[in-house]
Design a protein around this ligand. Sequence first.
Ligand code: HEM
Length: 259
Amino acid sequence: MVRLLRFYQSSVGKKVVVAVTGAIMYGFIIGHMLGNLKAFAGPSALDQYAEMLREIGEAFIGHGTFLWIARAVLIVAIVLHVVTIIQLVRRNRRAQPTRPSMRRNRSTLAAKWMAISGTLILVFVVIHLAQFTFGWITPHAAGTADFEVGKVYSNLWGAFNIWWVAGFYVFMMVMVCMHVYHGAWSMFQTLGLDAPGRNKILRGSAAATAIILFLGFSAVPICMVTNAIGAPDPEISSEVQDPPRPDQPKLETGGRREG
Ligand code: HEM
């Protein structure tokens, strides 16, 4: 334990922590975006995917426990990442007291931008969890179903059929992706990976990741608010899909919201 703490005190140790926690957050955000894209396979596909996440390791550790472990790891990663970056930036500043003013201006501007967008994202995540995970804030369009735990598609559909909710999410995705771009780039610099011969590739991969994340995340709110993808059918539960009785009228699936 003492050894681990001593390693963390060193600059190399801090860089390793930044890289590992950064990789965990990247892994989460890319996985989350890919998971959201299940919405394009239909309500059942998305709801079943969310349920599957809760079923991982169920036989050994119980229902939903894996998800709680993953949430805990994510929270620890976020806190460690932010705290360690602040410590590294302070250490770097102390080590280079005299820098050309142009570079200082540029770096303080980038640091300010990262602090502002990072704070906005933290506020967004709190609102986001209150909305879709806990169901505490549930704005939903008239004529759409109330929030229900496990009905992920329906919950998204109700929310994103309000134009300003969809707009808020798309706006926040711009923030998230710009933060990801700057974050990745400055992480490469912090880790000392930047070099004139490599910078084009590093910047390019940071930009490509940010653009893919923006497109992947924004696709769901945009396609729902424009009705480019179908409404959830309230009569078909994602868990129990009874075969229709012969006297029952045929259900239309993937239809558009009325009104
Ligand atoms: C348009 C973009 C997004 C949509 C549509 C979306 C949708 C959702 C939904 C529906 C849930 C609940 C899933 C469930 O109950 O199983 C969720 C959970 C979550 N989202 Fe997002 N999300 C988006 C962007 C983001 C971003 C950018 C972040 C991080 C910066 C994020 C972080 C989280 C976290 C931490 C959870 C909690 C995971 C859990 O506890 O299950 N989301 N999201």
